[in-house]
Design a protein around this ligand. Structure first.
Ligand code: MG
Ligand code: ZN
Length: 220
């Protein structure tokens, strides 16, 4: 019985996600779903992306957190439209929450939508939001074993960003082992090594993103 209920919830979510995707496509928006553990650097990467791209690309942000509006407040300071979703205890965003955020965003003025999921490497994998691309951020201090512990998230990612590489000299992190584990789960996926703190590798990330934007569906 319980299994059936869960299936119903997931298929309702998939339907909603499909509607979100259609709405995004109609508006010519490329949507990225950022997933990570708490503290890996989702907000930092979003802020750094805004810094580097906002002169050329119209960006909007959806911030998902269990509580608080701290992350949205940082985005607002960048002069970018943002909606904070407080899930009130739920450990992931779902398509209905994201649909409600759309009602509060100027979609016709947005080309790139950055969605920060709740920090959690487990259930966001089960809840599509209507995004075009899943970007998983892992970070050096978390350790190199994360792909082994959260294989579903890693296998679903379109890109893996390894943040805080400036800490590599200071913590135990086997970079070749991490890379091998990720490739074992998700063969073609690229891993971008970055530091939001020093700016190392961020250029590669923003170029990748700009390339994807040029390939998004046209609105004509
Ligand atoms: Mg955050
Ligand atoms: Zn959850």
């Amino acid at each position: 019985m319980k299994i059936k209920i869960l299936k119903d919830i997931l298929s309702a979510n998939d339907q909603r996600a499909k509607e979100n995707r259609e709405l995004l496509n109609r508006n010519g928006i490329l949507a990225i779903n950022f997933t990570a553990s708490p503290g890996a650097g989702k907000t930092s990467l979003i802020l750094e992306t805004i810094n580097r791209l906002k002169a050329d690309i119209k960006i909007g942000v959806v911030e998902g957190d269990v509580s608080s509006s701290l992350d949205a407040e940082m985005v607002v300071k960048k002069g970018v439209p943002v909606v904070q979703i407080n899930t009130g205890g739920t450990c992931h965003l779902d398509a209905t929450m994201v649909a409600s955020a759309f009602n509060n965003l100027p979609l016709e003025e947005i080309e790139l939508l950055l969605i920060e999921n709740v920090g959690n490497l487990i259930c966001p994998a089960a809840f599509a939001l209507g995004e075009d691309l899943n970007v998983l951020i892992s970070s050096v201090p978390e350790g190199d074993d994360k792909p082994h512990k959260y294989p579903v998230m890693f296998s679903k990612a379109h890109l893996v960003v390894l943040n805080k590489i400036d800490l590599l000299p200071h913590v135990l992190f086997d970079l070749p082992a991490f890379t091998e584990a990720v490739k074992g789960l998700n063969n073609g996926v690229e891993i971008f090594e970055v530091s939001c703190k020093t700016g190392q590798g961020i250029e590669r990330w923003t170029s990748w993103l700009s390339n994807r934007l040029n390939k998004r569906p046209s609105t004509s």
